[in-house]
Design a protein around this ligand. Structure first.
Ligand code: ARG
Length: 477
């Protein structure tokens, strides 16, 4: 084969080495090799290679025929990679080396022309951006499915009252839908964070070379446009050393992980015997190898657990970056595994959470029956007194006394007779009992952001619109 003659048959392809007297020690090669994890960047590296071949041609560094042959070979290699017919070997240091070997094998000497004017430093920064910009959209699409599952449950329970908690204690009744949509609010912020991220990540490093730019008449703007970036970088030193886009992605992923964990924690609690609010569908629960009766909410627990590794990916990457002098340092090779792990983790957790949430069966009767438990209508009573001109300080005290009376007599506020109310305070006239209903308490919170059914319905409508916009963006529309 022509390429083998070029480099000496049986010699591994290396992108450097002529100034070295010996080959690399095995221990160095084992430390240095990244192809086992960066191979997933192959389609993006080839995309960038196509764009680079075109600018080399525009610069007069490839003839028409050479460009045609080069693009055809890249096309073939792309197909072979996707089909698994072309694979990296143990001797390929990284994805760039493996793919250059592929081109040398099919093009001979011509394959070696593509490296002109680019370095692995601008290449890897470009590949990782391309990969992430694609995958952030895929993650957003999966996220919207979870949001829609929550919105569907909120719609089903648009009139189900539930205990609202602070400090994990009954606080005030709310609509279950309001609680579920609170999680959607957080996820909607995650989706918009990914979109904001994308605008900042849309800067192309390709053409910046090793660190200083290129002496060849390349056109980084043309490359950027071909690869779907908004612009080329303004500073070649920054372009090859900047990994803000990776860290920022890891942050957005970690925060999404934290939101998934908080939802997971609630589902774990809600599905306990003690709460009894919800039943997880069999398809999203697991059993015990010893206790035949068990049904465990593992999806929710794994979502909670995976937040730890998403946070770890972020902190690990930041620690890698913090001491690095500009421009490129090999430490930067450590950027990929945390990023890939964050992508893989989210793409595994999100569909499981969407499936579990969509199939939850809430026990609406139990939720409604306990919505006012723990004297949760006390604020309503105090605010009624305020509306009647009583200073809040005094109203708070009067209702506090009534709560103590209820505790002593083991009853709820609404169970107290008119006579007993009057005994606690003359302010507690018989008609105060009107506000001691759960639907009344919920309907009364009718200001913007409140739990009143009309406000929750508006909120749901706005979130549905947001989610459709997110889904359209994720689909590239
Ligand atoms: N595998 C390397 C990385 O991930 C590619 C860039 C190598 N550049 C270099 N100058 N050795 O960062």
């Amino acid at each position: 084969m022509a390429a083998d003659e070029d480099r000496g048959a049986g010699q591994p392809v290396r992108l450097w080495g002529s100034r070295f007297e010996s080959g690399p020690a095995d221990a160095l090669a084992r430390l240095s090799v990244s192809v086992q994890f960066d191979w997933r960047l192959a389609p993006y590296d080839l995309l960038a290679s196509r764009a680079h071949a075109r600018v080399l041609h525009m610069a007069g560094l490839l003839t028409d025929i050479e460009l045609t042959r080069m693009l055809a070979a890249i096309e073939d290699l792309d197909r072979a990679c996707r089909a698994g017919a072309f694979r990296p070997t143990a001797a390929d240091e990284d994805v760039h080396t493996a793919l250059e070997r592929g081109l040398l094998e099919s093009l001979g000497q011509l394959g070696g022309k593509l490296r002109a004017g680019r370095s692995r430093n601008d290449q890897i920064a470009t590949d990782l951006r391309l990969y992430l910009r694609d995958h952030v959209r895929i993650i957003t699409a999966r996220l919207t499915e979870l949001e829609l599952a929550l919105i569907g449950q909120a719609e089903r329970h648009s009139h189900t009252a539930a205990p609202g908690m602070t400090h994990m204690q009954h606080a005030q009744p709310i609509l279950l839908a309001h609680q579920l949509l609170a999680h959607v609010q957080a996820f909607a912020r995650d989706a918009s964070r990914f979109r904001d991220w994308d605008a900042r990540a849309a800067v192309s490093p390709l053409g910046m070379g090793a660190l200083a730019g290129s002496s060849l008449p390349l056109d980084p703007e043309a490359v950027a446009a071909e690869l779907g970036f908004a612009s080329a970088a303004d500073n070649s030193v920054d372009a090859v050393s900047d990994r803000d886009f990776a860290a920022e992605f890891c942050f957005a992923a970690a925060l999404l992980g934290v939101h998934l964990s908080r939802l997971g924690e609630e589902i774990v609690l809600w599905s306990t015997h003690e709460f009894g609010w919800v039943e997880v569908d069999d398809a999203y629960a697991t059993g015990s190898s010893i206790m035949p009766q068990k049904k465990n909410p593992d999806v929710a627990e794994l979502a909670r657990g995976k937040a730890g590794r998403l946070i770890g990916n972020l902190t690990g990457l930041l620690a890698t970056l913090k001491g690095l002098p500009l421009a490129y340092d090999r430490d930067l090779q450590e950027d990929k595994e945390p990023v890939f792990d964050a992508v893989d983790t989210l793409l595994t957790v999100l569909p499981a959470m969407a499936g579990m949430v969509g199939t939850l069966r809430f026990h609406a009767d139990r939720l409604s029956a306990t919505a006012a438990a723990g004297h949760a209508l006390a604020t309503d009573l105090a605010e009624l007194l305020v509306r009647r001109g009583v200073p809040f300080r005094e109203a708070h005290e009067v209702v506090g006394h009534l709560v103590v009376w209820c505790q002593v007599h083991d009853c709820e506020l609404a169970d107290v007779s008119e006579d007993d109310l009057a005994k606690v305070s003359t302010l507690l006239t018989p008609d105060v009992r009107e506000v001691l209903t759960v639907p009344g308490a919920i309907a009364a919170r009718a200001g913007r952001g409140g739990t009143a059914p009309a406000r929750v319905a508006e909120q749901l409508g706005r979130l549905r619109q947001d989610v459709h916009k997110q889904a359209a963006w994720a689909a590239g529309e």
